[in-house]
Design a protein. Sequence first.
Length: 340
Amino acid sequence: MRKFDVDKLVEGITQGNRALIAQSITLVESVKPAHRELAHQLLQRIQPMTGKAFRVGISGVPGAGKSTFINAMGVKLVQERNHRVAVLAVDPSSSRTGGSILGDRTRMADLAALDDVFVRPSPSAGHLGGVARATRESMLVLEAAGYDVVLVETVGVGQSEVAVSGMVDTFLMLQVARTGDQLQGIKRGILELADVIAITKADGDNEQAARVAARELAIAMKLISSDNDKRRAPVLTCSSYTGDGLDEVWEAVLKHRAELESDGDLSARRHAQQRDWLWNMVRDELSEALRTSPEVQAVAAEVEAKLDTETLSALEGAQVILGAFADAITTFPWGRRSAD
Ligand SMILES: Nc1nc2c(ncn2[C@@H]2O[C@H](COP(=O)(O)OP(=O)(O)O)[C@@H](O)[C@H]2O)c(=O)[nH]1
Ligand SMILES: [Mg+2]
């Protein structure tokens, strides 16, 4: 098993050492129990240096232009606004050898070549909860390393959007204009997550269609946000090819952030996210412990066999398994810690 030296990693993160930052991310992505223990130590150590970045989620269906947008926007943020930019992705379907990531690598080539940029593809295929956890913890590593803008790309397939909106301050949704059916395939629940919407590829022959789509979507947003108090996501157009509209999109993102800050909503949002993460972690640890407990495994086969022969009901079986788990749980390496 790969060896990690937490002291060395923390020092490397503090110094902005790219190789050690990358190694730290590899550590927090790992699901091996020994690695998790080290990752906890690492995250604990860097905790005071986290939380300072502007966290922005970027979603849109495959082909919407997310990677191209992040490349163009990222270069501007570094060169015109002096930011240090980190790019992460949440794509539970991705695999490290798969085409989508290679595609992204080439689309983000300009950005990835800059010194003040760190691009990391999605942790490879796994359940969404695990991928989201790894991405969130990677974000903390990158914040501690001094990246002050973190862009989190996600694929437009529902649950991963929800996971990303649970880790960012501002959620930017990219849409492509398809004349006639602008609103088809856009799920209302996802639209409701959006803080800013941009119709991409507003260039050449597509420019006019993009503007029409933006107007229609703005009207649709008015209809779905019936709650007058709730802020309505602005709908803009942009092109990652010509650069048109990119400044306006970033200004809208900044405006959303400023509104969050002035209303005290930013800390409220982050606290709510922390509570969600807390319970997610508790649930993950519990189900992992349940799944791997030898005591549970020892009775599970017998319980299932009795279920098959109808000598035990599911309810009784569940009691037996939970009883075994309750006995086993005292030996789990969680340790007892109080909250003070
Ligand atoms: N005309 C035009 N094409 C674009 C623009 N942005 C992206 N594309 C193209 O759209 C396709 C999908 O882009 P990509 O960034 O990979 O989308 P992703 O799947 O959302 O990451 C590629 O062929 C891009 O070259 C744009 O601003 N204008
Ligand atoms: Mg992409």
